[in-house]
Design a binder for this molecule. Structure first.
Ligand SMILES: NC(=O)c1ccc[n+]([C@@H]2O[C@H](COP(=O)([O-])OP(=O)(O)OC[C@H]3O[C@@H](n4cnc5c(N)ncnc54)[C@H](O)[C@@H]3O)[C@@H](O)[C@H]2O)c1
Ligand SMILES: O=C(O)[C@H](O)[C@H](O)COP(=O)(O)O
Length: 382
């Protein structure tokens, strides 16, 4: 069996080699010629899986080690009778870590406070719910807009999009969709942006294309720059708008989900799906071996510090998003790589998730908050 896999898929050779010959390729530039005699195609979000790529090939199974599936033409796969599987939720914890690291950065560098503010989330899927639960468990006033999930029985504080737009922090976690009643392409346009108040924090870590970037630049100018932008996803990646980079508080190259565990889990989930498709017993490699435990470190929570500062400094000890923002700005300035955006992603130094770090504390309140924000917690009774 011939398996073509994106070279940025961690552990692909280690996991899939017992199933067939694994060839690693650049997913962004993949052609029909390269896949035509493959049986299995394993991709990440940079590969457009279309009729053009697959028609006339021997590919029978496509796996995407990602949460988002907007790069895959699912109708075409069904038409060609090609099985498909993605990795729902694989990096939801990583994206939530990104959100809280960004808020930590804004607090520590500009004293932008979020703890007692109104938080609005767009999209209540695996990522949105993880982010929502963290805010809710910390004790924040949090609401969510998800007109599709609202109809299910999930309990959450569902509100209108208008109400979300009046919040102090808005975090976007909807997929990119172009059709249907609730299509998200351009859903945060000029009209919606006009409703944002000065001082708002907007975090975009879902997909580029959900916010209208031109309108965002205009609104930023209208508010005299008094809007905090945290941008991980962009229109037209990998050629991103440098005007927008310049005004963003945090600009990163679509790495919100790039924790070591999140990326490995993506590969592992696709591996499981392929084994299932091939009707193979999954015993050959177990999950414990496929996903790193992380370097379990521990932090003593300092309950004396201000709560928001304690949270911020602890989060930053494990993942400080400023490192990714600085790297992006430096690399674009230096501009020696042909494709800075993809280079940064390919050479990303993964980080561990907050949950790989154990918080030790005598203080119950501090422990509870640290647990709520994503750490593992051990309460010290002596
Ligand atoms: N930046 C990153 O690294 C990164 C990492 C993971 C996921 N993502 C993106 O985040 C998206 C969300 O991830 P997820 O795991 O929560 O996906 P999911 O499929 O579990 O959930 C998506 C949610 O969005 C809701 N939704 C759909 N249309 C909506 C609309 N018009 N308004 C509000 N909500 C709407 C859906 O009902 C669903 O509940 C993914 O589609 C992916 O594109 C980005
Ligand atoms: O959808 C996802 O899972 C994320 O956006 C993912 O982190 C994208 O990473 P890529 O596949 O582009 O490496």
């Amino acid at each position: 069996m011939k398996i073509i896999a994106d070279e940025n898929m961690p552990n692909a050779k280690a996991l899939f080699s017992h199933l067939g010959d694994v060839e690693l390729v650049n997913g962004r530039t993949l052609t029909h010629e390269q896949v035509k005699d493959a049986d299995v195609l394993l991709v990440r979000s940079v590969t457009k899986v279309t009729k053009l790529l697959l028609e006339g090939s021997s590919v029978r199974f496509v796996g995407s080690a990602t949460i988002g599936v907007d790069h895959v033409d699912l109708e075409c796969l069904a038409e060609l009778d090609v099985a498909f599987s993605s990795a729902p939720g694989c990096n939801a914890e990583a994206v939530a870590d990104y959100v809280f690291s960004s808020l930590s950065h804004l607090y520590m560098t500009k004293k932008v406070s979020w703890l007692n503010k109104k938080i609005g989330i767009i999209g209540y899927g695996n990522v949105g719910k993880t982010v929502y639960d963290r805010f809710a468990n910390i004790g924040c006033q949090v609401c969510v807009y998800d007109p599709i999930k609202e109809k299910s029985r999930d309990f959450a504080n569902f509100v209108t999009l208008d109400e979300i737009l009046s919040c102090d922090v808005i975090s976007l976690h909807a997929p990119l969709t172009h059709s249907g009643l609730y299509a998200t392409s351009g859903m945060i346009g000029r009209e919606e942006l006009a409703r944002l108040s000065a001082g708002v924090v907007v975090i975009s870590a879902g997909r580029g294309g959900v916010i209208d970037e031109r309108a965002l630049l205009e609104r930023h100018a209208q508010l005299d720059g008094n809007i905090h932008l945290v941008l991980d996803v962009w229109d037209n990646e990998p050629s991103i708008n440098q005007e927008l980079v310049a005004i963003a508080d945090i600009a990163t190259p679509h790495i919100a989900g790039y924790s070591k565990q999140g990326r490995e889990k993506g590969t592992w989930m696709v591996y499981q799906a392929l084994c299932h498709y091939l009707r193979l017993n999954l015993g050959v490699v177990n999950e414990r071996d496929a996903i790193s435990a992380g370097w379990i470190s521990s932090i003593n929570a300092n309950a004396e510090a201000l709560k928001e500062e304690m949270l911020a400094r602890s989060v930053q000890a494990i993942y400080d998003v400023a490192r990714d923002d600085a790297r992006l700005r430096y690399k674009y300035r230096e501009n020696k790589e042909k494709n800075v955006f993809d280079w940064l992603r390919k050479h990303y130094v993964e980080r561990d998730e907050l949950n790989t770090c154990l918080i030790r504390s005598h203080d119950n309140d501090a422990s509870e908050m640290m647990g709520a924000i994503g750490f593992s917690v051990q309460i010290n009774h002596n």
